[in-house]
Design a binder for this molecule. Structure first.
Ligand code: F6P
Length: 742
């Protein structure tokens, strides 16, 4: 409206001024027109009165002629009439004939000029016409017209001209404003769709405005500018922030206006188990839980997960919620119950026999069954309903975790179109050829593209995902901004390397390292100076436990001085034991440990101490603090947080990390001894190097790694995602309502 007034008022003023400036011209033109009219009128009058006048002259009735003229000049416009028989004669005239008009000066009114005579009542027009009789001439008739009506008419005309221009200004303004509004809306719609990435990309969507191409360059520039500004702000924000729970809370309250966060994962952070009369609370062996739990403590909100503990149903309220952590409740777990059929199809089947081996290059064939897929779809739908029922607003922030919920983002998007959905894929993403074997690959991709942000640990996995989408879906892929548009809103594909809480909970590092060394050695019947290695994993074939044992065996072969002087404690948390492949793997691991131990048993403690049982985080930390080295030999791993936990546990700056090059962690922890787990000789050499590494070198390496984990901790991981989500929300508001930010 303001804009319209800003345009209309000046236009009206200009046109009104123009109308005003036309005044003299109007005067001149109307005078000319009326003078011409009066000339014609004069000729007409002369023709009309010529005959009666000549009759009266012929009859010598000169006296009556004055009266005759006076009668004629009662006409509204005819002011006076006179007759001059000759230049020397006295005019026979009506009484009103001005004195200036004399017979001897008639030529003054006959030549070229406007023949106007000023008078007290306004200008007079004087016309002289010869009277023609049979003899040839018969004197001149003088007709004087009152011109004051011309001035009146001229004034009226000027008024009408002014009204006309003013009305014209109003109409032009109105039309212009309407057209401008319509074009502006069209322009904005085009620009908005382009800024959303719908028109910039390779294949324009059917609903992309036709004129979008006109805006492409400008929209590209704008997009680039927005991304640069965001990147700059993020870099500045990131480098200025010390990433703590408080910093995360500040982001949530400042940038996201205190929005509640909803996390969805399959695994719950606290499992209630019945042990006889008691209910025990267990913390599962899960990198995901390790990372997300401190985030939820900091942010509050709700964590929706599958309730599978034997006492889980006993402790929830009537909304299936329970407050955790048990000691100091900070957030809610909302438990979703699954039937054995649902769990078999969704969790064991499609998630862990299908997607898990599909995404990990561990040489285990994926198995896809349509029955599993049906359960996977149904369970994703069930969780989507839980998200909707837990969300307090129409636009919650939902953090969807992992491959169990590939369909969840688009299902949430259907119900809550304004939700900000951040999906994090905790495992690797394979190349398009590998992924193509999934019979429901398009559905999986489409489901994930319901996310606002889709995160992976490494850029390599982001690239694989975008390549896969590009290969199989009719989606628009913008490789500059790493954004994919499929159907609805665009999805930003980003790298967010996950991490752990820093500093570790005081409880975890409370026991001095020396005490840990002593107690762990005592617990395992090892001499005080015995060298100790540690591995902590779920008993999963992707973790390379078989390869790890082979490397230990090779170490004993290549460096027999370690036989009886070095033992490796493998903590292996039982996992997914309902799956044949896992049962087979467990049997293989147990058999291998037994074989190697038998082979080297004659000279003291065994090389491998295998503990296939769940260990609480505190116990894991104690082992990490007690060990001389930690060996992570995953065949393929999105990140591997055990590597980072080992570093976090070593506040004494001692201990060596031997790390598989196929983990995401290897890209960050460059000071570890990086190995190829398939190369047993190389791994054995690395183990030997670790066992003989001077304390100073251990300290230098550990210090650098600790610095990195401290800086790139899990609060930064979550903070970056939330900051990106906040920027996305801001951009969304800007695009929806362009005026609202001005
Ligand atoms: O590594 C992938 C992952 O889903 C992790 O996020 C999690 O730590 C682990 O697997 C848990 O596996 P499960 O829940 O099947 O025991």
């Amino acid at each position: 409206m303001k804009l319209s007034l800003r345009f209309v008022l000046p236009l009206m003023l200009v046109l009104a001024g123009f109308a005003y400036a036309l005044g003299p011209l109007v005067d001149k033109l109307t005078t000319q027109w009326f003078v011409r009219d009066l000339e014609i009128r004069a000729s007409l009058i002369v023709n009309t009165i010529q005959e009666p006048l000549q009759e009266q002259l012929a009859a010598g009735k000169k006296a009556k002629i004055g009266d005759f003229f006076s009668r004629i000049s009662q006409d509204e416009r005819l002011f006076a009439v006179g007759y001059c028989a000759s230049p020397a004669a006295t005019a026979l005239a009506s009484r009103s004939l001005p004195a200036e008009i004399r017979c001897d000066q008639l030529q003054r009114w006959q030549g070229p000029g406007d023949h106007l005579l000023p008078s007290a009542q306004g200008p007079l027009h004087v016309a002289v016409r010869p009277l023609v009789n049979e003899a040839g001439t018969g004197g001149n008739l003088v007709l004087v017209h009152d011109m004051s009506f011309v001035t009146r008419r001229s004034e009226e005309t000027k008024r009408y001209v002014f009204y006309f221009f003013t009305a014209m200004a109003a109409v032009i303004s109105l039309i212009t404003v309407v057209i401008a509004q319509l074009s502006w809306r069209g322009w904005m719609a085009g620009m908005q769709s382009l800024l959303r990435g719908e028109g910039l990309l390779r294949q324009p969507a059917a609903n992309t405005p036709k004129h979008a191409s006109e805006f492409k360059p400008i929209a590209r520039d704008l997009q680039r500018l927005i991304h640069e500004l965001e990147a700059e702000t993020r870099a500045r924000d990131e480098s200025n922030v010390t990433w703590t729970p408080e910093a995360l809370r500040a982001i949530l309250h400042g940038e996201l206006r205190g929005e509640d966060v909803i996390v969805v994962s399959n695994r719950e952070p606290y499992i209630h188990q019945r042990r006889g009369e008691r209910v025990e609370v267990q913390r599962p062996a899960s990198g995901l839980v390790t990372a997300l739990e401190p985030i939820m403590r900091a942010c509050s909100g709700t964590w929706i997960a599958h309730g599978n503990g034997s006492a889980d149903r006993e402790v929830v309220d009537r909304y299936d919620r329970v407050a955790v952590p048990p000691e100091h409740p900070a957030y809610q777990i909302r438990r979703v119950w699954l039937s054995p059929e649902e769990e078999a199809g969704y969790y064991y089947g499609f998630s862990n026999e299908g997607l898990w081996p599909l995404c990990h290059i561990a040489h285990v064939r994926p198995t896809f069954r349509s029955g599993d897929w049906a359960q996977y779809v149904a369970v994703n739908r069930k969780f989507a309903k839980a998200v909707v029922s837990e969300s307090k607003t129409k636009n919650p922030i939902v953090l969807v975790q992992d491959y169990h919920f590939a369909l969840l983002p688009s299902m949430i998007r259907e119900e809550l179109p304004d939700a900000t959905i951040i999906t994090f894929w905790h495992i690797p993403w394979p190349n398009p050829e590998s992924f193509a074997i999934c019979p429901w690959r398009d559905e999986v991709l489409a489901g994930l593209l319901g996310s606002s942000i889709l995160g992976f640990h490494t850029q390599f996995h982001c690239n694989n995902f975008v390549d896969t989408v590009d290969r199989f879906l009719e989606a628009r892929v913008d490789r500059e901004s790493f954004t994919v548009s499929f159907g609805g809103k665009p999805t930003a594909v980003r790298r967010y390397p996950i991490s752990i809480a820093w500093p570790p909970e005081p409880d975890m590092v409370q026991k001095p390292v020396m005490d840990c060394r002593t107690s762990i050695r005592q617990l395992n019947d090892l001499p005080p100076e015995h060298k100790l290695g540690v591995g902590v994993d779920r008993l999963d074939y992707t973790k390379g436990i078989v390869e790890r044992f082979r490397a230990i065996e090779r170490l004993m072969e290549l460096n027999p001085e370690w036989i009886g002087r070095f033992s490796f404690v493998q903590i292996a948390a039982p996992t997914r034991s309902g799956i044949d492949e896992y049962q087979h793997h467990e049997a293989q691991v147990r058999a291998m440990a037994a074989r190697i131990n038998t082979r080297f048993a004659r000279q003291g403690p065994p090389p491998i101490i295998l503990k296939v049982e769940h260990h609480e985080p505190k116990a894991v930390y104690e082992y990490c603090r007690a060990a001389d080295l930690c060996f992570v030999s995953s065949l393929h791993d999105g990140m591997n947080l055990v590597a980072k936990e080992f570093v976090a546990a070593r506040d004494d700056e001692r201990g060596v990390l031997v790390l598989s090059q196929f983990t995401g962690a290897a890209r960050e922890l460059a000071e570890a001894l990086i190995v190829n787990p398939y190369d047993a000789d190389q791994c054995a050499a690395a183990l030997h190097m670790a066992l003989t590494m001077p304390a100073a070198e251990q300290r230098d390496r550990m210090r650098l790694m600790r610095g990195l984990v401290a800086e790139f901790n899990v609060f930064r991981w979550a903070g970056r995602m939330l900051l990106d989500a906040a920027a996305m929300r801001r951009r969304g508001r800007l695009i929806e309502k362009p005026g609202s930010q001005t």
